[in-house]
Design a protein around this ligand. Structure first.
Ligand SMILES: C[S@@+](CC[C@H](N)C(=O)[O-])C[C@H]1O[C@@H](n2cnc3c(N)ncnc32)[C@H](O)[C@@H]1O
Length: 239
């Protein structure tokens, strides 16, 4: 699905426009919608990645760079954050500069579905809340597979829908009311929050996404549900 259903432009162009328009409020509203849990979820990525001792790290759909900053805590790591939204990157660049991390974290403009890197370039790739915004999910995942080194790991954090019917009922009640409400009260782009809620509901999460990762070449996929399944971390290995 696209953020602005009645516009003709591609999903990719609309996603870029949408994140440009909400870039300044993104961090605050993200915290509000997840009740602060998004911070812990990103820390989980660091906890999984750190023991793997990756040096060359790519954070795809880096946005305002929170995951890139987390991963820069790994000893000797060099982190490249990539995104299609220049305005999200601008917010991230300010955070990198504020923390004096310009020598460890570089943020660049780029498209997950056409990565400008040669094959086998990275030890670890992370994608947080990015994949459901891709125009072509399989193309984006296959590109990550291509630029990852043999033995490398792809860690994906994405929203998911709880499997338990009782929990799912309350999850849907909450997300269908609270997220659009936050958008209408705090943002001038209400459609963005409607899209963020609906795209989370429609994304093929859990085992279905695990299968997609395998179909793109990853040979083992571990799925870790977070907060009763409202989000999930996928750990996919290349060889
Ligand atoms: C919900 S934000 C997540 C940002 C960040 N990873 C985080 O954890 O907060 C999704 C990001 O994905 C980016 N994005 C969507 N499609 C992309 C693509 N094809 N290539 C690169 N970035 C993309 C958007 O511009 C946006 O900044």
């Amino acid at each position: 699905m696209k953020p602005y259903q009645n516009e003709k432009s591609s999903k990719k162009k609309q996603v870029e426009k949408m994140f440009d328009s909400i870039s300044l409020e993104y961090d605050k509203l993200n915290r509000l919608i997840s009740a602060g849990n998004d911070v812990k979820w990103r820390e989980n990525i660091y906890k999984i990645a750190n023991p793997l001792n990756p040096i060359d790290i790519l954070d795809i759909a880096t946005g305002t760079a929170d995951i890139a900053l987390e991963l820069s805590k790994i000893k000797d790591s060099k982190v490249t954050g990539l995104d299609i939204s220049e305005k999200m990157l601008d917010v991230g660049r300010q955070k990198v500069a504020d923390r004096n991390l310009n020598d460890k974290v570089v943020l660049i403009s780029g498209d997950a579905e056409n990565l400008n890197f040669s094959k086998n370039s990275f030890d670890l790739i992370s994608i947080g809340f990015g994949v459901r915004n891709f125009q072509n999910l399989e193309k984006g995942i296959s590109e990550s597979f291509r630029v990852l080194r043999n033995g490398g790991t792809l860690i994906i954090l994405e929203t998911s829908v709880p499997q338990n019917r009782f929990i799912k009922f309350f999850y849907l009640l909450f997300s269908r009311t609270f997220i659009p409400l936050v958008g209408s009260v705090f943002s001038k782009d209400k459609k963005a929050y409607k899209y963020l809620q609906k795209s989370a509901e429609e994304f093929p999460s859990g085992k279905k996404f695990g299968q997609i990762l395998k179909s793109c070449g990853f040979n083992s996929v571990e799925i870790l549900p977070l907060m009763l399944g409202a989000s999930s971390i996928y750990i996919a290995k290349k060889n």
